[in-house]
Design a protein. Structure first.
Length: 148
């Protein structure tokens, strides 16, 4: 097996470790993924089911269609997996749930019938760092908390 990577949900209730064979990922633009995440697409990496170990507990699952279910944390709502209902040797893990998502590189688009072209190349848009945005920093300070 490959290099070990870890990840989990925002609140930490669901954690996993996975042996990765590569850093390939893809963007899914299908309407079901758009609705499941509230976004215009979602980034997944496809892995062997046997390479995944749920280190705290398994995710809760929602049967999102007649053929698939999605793993998520019931406490914080983080999307974690896409899995076919009929036995499959593979499953998809959400790239954003990895502790180090920057390691992945997009290699393909899927569900392109629902792709929103305007969201693909946003390099020319203005950029704002969250750690330099005064209104947000003031909210963290007022909550006597650190940005997380």
């Amino acid at each position: 097996m490959g290099e070990l990577a870890t990840g989990g949900c925002q609140c930490g209730r669901v954690r996993y470790a996975v042996a990765l064979d590569n850093d390939d990922a893809y963007l899914c633009h299908c309407r079901m993924c758009q609705r499941a995440t509230g976004g215009v697409s979602i980034a997944f990496t496809n892995v062997s089911r046997s390479a995944v170990t749920w280190t705290t507990r398994e995710p809760d699952r929602f049967h999102s269609s007649a053929i698939a279910e999605r793993g998520y944390c019931r406490d914080c709502g983080t999307p974690l997996t896409f899995e076919y209902l009929k036995a499959s040797e593979k499953l998809d893990l959400t790239v954003g749930s990895f502790d180090e998502p920057g390691r992945f590189r997009p290699t393909a688009h899927f569900g392109t019938e629902s792709l929103h072209e305007a969201w693909l190349d946003t390099r020319s848009l203005p950029r704002q760092r969250s750690d330099e945005y005064a209104p947000l920093l003031e909210r963290w300070k007022a909550a006597d908390a650190k940005p997380g």
